[in-house]
Ligand binder design. Structure first.
Ligand SMILES: Nc1ncnc2c1ncn2[C@@H]1O[C@H](COP(=O)(O)OP(=O)(O)OP(=O)(O)O)[C@@H](O)[C@H]1O
Length: 645
């Protein structure tokens, strides 16, 4: 066979089914496409008028009208924009995928401030997803243009003749098919327009002829009744309301940040996200070069719900909604935020794989990350008081960001603060380490639960040290990361390595007491493996505590997280050390006591008390503790009774 070369031909017969089925997985977007075509047509006319290349009436009231006609199963989309001549219909509509928008943009590249939405030249054909027949009635703005009527039933044939349209602009009429019938419902259509077109730059009006007819009939009836009753002026409800556009033509993100007030930012947030909790703060993004990007990102109040919290960052392209939470553009950790980003450089109908490989998209994502980090730094430096107030809400997000994104970490690491469990004030890691230099160099004490670990915090406080609150689930991985970035620094939970904190105890004297205590407790608790240590704590009220090395505890926490605790036996286990305070009168008594039965009871009770201030007791342990408490009280009562006899 001889070699043959040629170009593959695509014709409408084979491309139509593809457009209908695959191009737009979401049928709703035909509304977005047709409305944006109308908006584009108006943007083009505005542009030409501003260049003196088109004549328009004074103060033109540009608008796009969507009209539903359920009775005849029609939807019309009308604009009073540039319109099309028959040549233009042939060129832009009959030749699928020849985008007039792209051509227009190319021609007016230098002078185009009014954004043009279309890129591909396929949007119009999305109408066939929901229609059996589509008609175009258009009249070009050009002097002496003849109106054009075009129609096509979704096959490969179209018909085109002179039309009757008398006003400049275009009306697209959809004869809806079964799939399209749902769009004849006002609520349905309004929801979709609000989703995609809320911020398009031309007012969009929605009318349902059936609703209008009903309203007119009701009004006429009321007027008639009023007339019968002899009233001269018709009642107020018979006067039709002024129709309002569904969209906001100039969204806040387009305004200069210097001209926006706090109230405007809050109002925008409330309206767009239906969130009545005020945002903590926001960042107004405004970038012209090397890419175009505008937007506002809000930090919502997250608190400890950050795991279940779902943010919402809406992506727009020239004020047309594209999608929510596009991970390729907005780094994943920023998806906890709420906001709107308008990026004209990103085409409307793009595939994920395109975005993943696009260098521009990566740059946008980096820019957003940098802006967020800068804002945090700025708050840390200039508004420290506010920053500390927000910290409780934003820290999980910041820590998550640090774990996910190295660049973000680099930028914000100096703005990370820690709350002291001792004073309640905030400190930074360098400040903590500096204060700890003499007494516990490079060791950072922290608590995961200030209430549960109150006794330990007290011991730390008595020593004149500080402990930091690191109480959320993001903290353990965050701690590991900080340790890995700061060589030598070790985080120790307040119940780990108590002997580190209590270095100054008298070792010789404690040793004797220790031997005795060990013997006594091992026997009383019937546990040969029990480890006991006697210390002299400053606070006499503390009798006993459990110490568990940081490493063992982290292991346990990890296993708990993966649900494999059952295999490893009881929490605590063999790594626990029972620390007794010999300054405590009860412990002192016990260490000197000769009476064995009370000693066993006391030892068990003290052990449980120590466990209690370490972790909640297991069911069986709790039962034992309650029974023993009652027994102790009974003995006390017996004693009182005896002495009063
Ligand atoms: N309402 C309209 N008024 C004037 N011209 C229109 C109108 N609708 C469509 N056109 C012309 O038809 C062309 C093709 O429209 P179509 O929606 O198919 O593609 P597009 O808007 O250019 O790109 P995209 O596929 O991204 O929507 C447009 O570029 C425009 O020149």
């Amino acid at each position: 066979m001889t070699q043959e070369k040629g170009s593959l031909s695509i014709n409408s017969e084979n491309i139509f089914p593809i457009i209908k089925k695959w191009l737009y997985s979401d049928q709703d977007i035909f509304i977005r496409e047709l409305i944006s075509n109308g908006v584009d047509a108006i943007a083009k006319l505005r542009k030409l008028a501003s260049l003196g290349e088109a004549t328009v009436e004074e103060n033109p009231e540009y608008r796009v009208d969507v009209v539903l006609n359920p009775e005849d199963k029609l939807i019309t989309i009308t604009d009073n924009g540039i319109g099309m001549t028959d040549e233009e219909v042939k060129k832009y509509i009959n030749q699928i995928a020849f985008s007039g928008a792209a051509e227009f943009m190319e021609k007016y590249k230098e002078s185009s401030e009014d954004p043009i939405i279309g890129h591909f030249g396929l949007g119009f054909y999305s109408a066939f997803m929901v229609s059996t027949l589509v008609e175009i009635d258009t009249l070009s703005h050009q002097q002496g243009a003849t109106p054009v009527h075009w129609s096509c039933d979704g096959g490969s044939e179209y018909s085109m003749e002179e039309g009757t349209r008398a006003e400049r602009g275009t009306t697209i009429t959809l004869h809806v098919n079964e799939d399209g019938e749902k769009y004849l419902n006002t609520w349905e259509m309004r929801t979709i327009i609000e989703k995609y077109c809320s911020f398009m730059p031309v007012p969009i009006y929605l009318t349902n002829l059936e609703d209008e007819k009903r309203k007119a009939e009701e009004a006429a009836k009321k007027a008639e009744e009023a007339a019968k009753e002899g009233k001269e002026t018709p009642p107020a409800e018979t006067v039709p309301e002024e129709p309002k556009p569904l969209n906001e033509v100039s969204p806040l993100w387009l305004k200069n940040p210097n001209d926006c007030t706090d109230d405007e930012y809050k109002e925008f947030y409330r309206k767009v996200f239906m969130d009545y909790k005020e945002p903590l703060f926001w960042i107004h993004l405004n970038m012209d070069y090397p890419f175009n990007l505008k937007g506002i990102l809000y930090f919502p109040k997250l608190g400890n719900e950050f795991e279940s919290a779902e943010g919402q960052v809406k992506l727009y392209c020239n004020q047309v909604f594209v999608a929510d939470n596009v991970k390729e553009i907005i780094p994943e950790f920023l998806l906890l935020l709420k906001g709107a980003i308008d990026c004209p450089d990103i085409p409307l109908n793009v595939s994920r794989s395109f975005l993943q490989n696009d260098k521009q998209v990566q740059k946008i994502s980096e820019y957003i990350t940098r802006k967020v980090a800068d804002k945090l730094k700025q708050l840390y430096t200039n508004e420290r008081e506010n920053y500390e107030k927000f910290w409780g809400d934003i820290h999980p997000f910041i820590k998550y960001g640090c774990l996910r994104n190295e660049k973000f970490l680099e930028r914000v690491q100096d703005s990370i603060i820690y709350k002291s469990a001792v004073t309640g004030a905030y400190t930074t890691l360098p400040d903590y380490l500096e204060a700890a230099k003499e007494t516990h160099e490079n060791k950072v004490f922290y608590t995961t639960d200030p209430r549960q670990q109150a006794q330990y915090i007290k011991v730390i406080k008595d020593q004149g040290f500080d402990a930091l609150e690191l109480t959320t689930t993001i903290d353990p991985p965050f701690i590991s990361m900080v340790e890995s970035k700061n060589e030598g620094v070790k985080f120790l939970r307040v119940d780990a390595d108590l002997n580190e904190i209590l270095k100054e105890s008298d070792a010789e004297e404690d040793k004797k007491a220790q031997e005795k205590a060990e013997k006594l407790f091992k026997k009383a608790l019937n546990n040969d493996k029990l480890k006991v240590r006697v210390e002299s704590l400053k606070d006499e009220s503390i009798s006993a505590m459990i110490e568990l090395s940081e490493q063992s505890r982290r292991m346990q926490d990890m296993m708990k997280m993966y649900g494999s605790m059952g295999m490893m036996g009881m929490p605590g286990g063999e790594d626990e050390i029972l620390v007794l305070n010999k300054k405590n009168p009860l412990v002192a008594h016990l260490l000197e006591s000769k009476k064995d039965d009370t000693a066993a009871l006391l030892a068990n009770q003290l052990y449980d008390l120590a466990r209690l201030s370490h972790r909640p007791l297991e069911a069986e342990e709790l039962n034992g503790f309650i029974a023993r408490s009652q027994e102790l009280m009974r003995q006390l009562v017996d004693k009182v009774d005896d002495s009063s006899k």
